[in-house]
Design a protein around this ligand. Structure first.
Ligand code: PEP
Length: 252
């Protein structure tokens, strides 16, 4: 059985005080959520304080990104994966579409981040997903397959057990448009098939594939009913504790 993961990506929102207040409000609301892993990804500046305040709870902390470099050195503005771990994170998101689109991150770059994240002992959430033009042009599967293969290049079998995939169609992120549960299922099943072909059936069977793109309390249940949807990566609706808790505590 794959344990679902419900992850909140706070993007570039929240000063430390607000991040702590939201995390502390969330903690009791999801305290009984043993059916899934719950995690939040605050901005870098709030990771340490939030992680300290969540210690002993079932809410884990993720970094939203990390450097491609693992050696500490002259990389102004970068945050190394082991620094995230040191600050209390146990997961890191790599390849988010905003990084790919706004900061020109390539699959090669994302793959390096995945590898340094794993080497630092983090669980890596690798984001993949097509644009609307790519979907309408009939190449969504080709794009997703390329991102998956490129992002996972040179990972060992044991690395793969600390990989989570987030399928996030770009046309659904922050737009209010959500893929239908059937569209999500179709792409998740495709991702699992490609993963099985590249790696192995057993590791594909263990792989958690999250859906992301305007997930809200009123659409999470339909998405989670799909065989290959193993959780959600939630942006906007994770910023408020009550709303995010409703998503975590979806109808099962
Ligand atoms: C995201 O940030 O990964 C995301 C899916 O955002 P939203 O839920 O706001 O669409």
């Amino acid at each position: 059985m794959r344990k679902p993961v419900i992850a909140g990506n706070w993007k570039m929102y929240k000063l430390v005080a607000d991040a702590v207040a939201t995390a502390l409000a969330l903690k009791p609301l999801v305290a009984n959520a043993n059916h899934c892993e719950v995690l939040i990804a605050p901005p870098f500046t709030a990771i340490k304080t939030v992680a300290d305040r969540l210690e002993g709870s079932n809410v884990r902390v993720a970094g939203q990104d990390c450097s491609t470099e693992s050696e500490h050195g002259a990389h102004t503005g970068e945050v190394a994966a082991d620094m995230l771990r040191d600050a209390g994170a146990s997961y890191v998101i790599v390849g988010h579409s905003e990084r790919r689109q706004l900061y020109s991150e390539t699959d090669t770059f994302v793959n390096r981040k995945a590898r340094v994240g794993l080497a630092a002992g983090l669980t890596v959430i690798l984001c993949i997903g097509e644009t609307l033009e790519q979907r309408e042009g009939g190449i969504a599967e080709r794009v997703v397959s390329r991102q998956l293969t490129g992002g996972l290049r040179d990972l060992t079998a044991s690395d793969l057990d600390r990989i989570i995939i987030a399928y996030e169609p770009i046309w659904a992120i922050g737009t209010g448009l959500t893929a239908t549960p059937e569209q999500a299922q179709e792409m998740h099943a495709f991702v699992r098939r490609v993963f099985a072909e590249r790696h192995s059936e057993p590791s594909a069977g263990r792989l958690r594939i999250l859906y992301g793109g305007s997930v809200k309390p009123d659409n999470i249940t339909g998405l989670m009913k799909q065989t290959d949807v193993d959780g959600a990566l939630v942006g906007g609706a994770s910023l408020e504790a009550e709303t995010f808790a409703q998503i975590v505590n979806y109808n099962r």
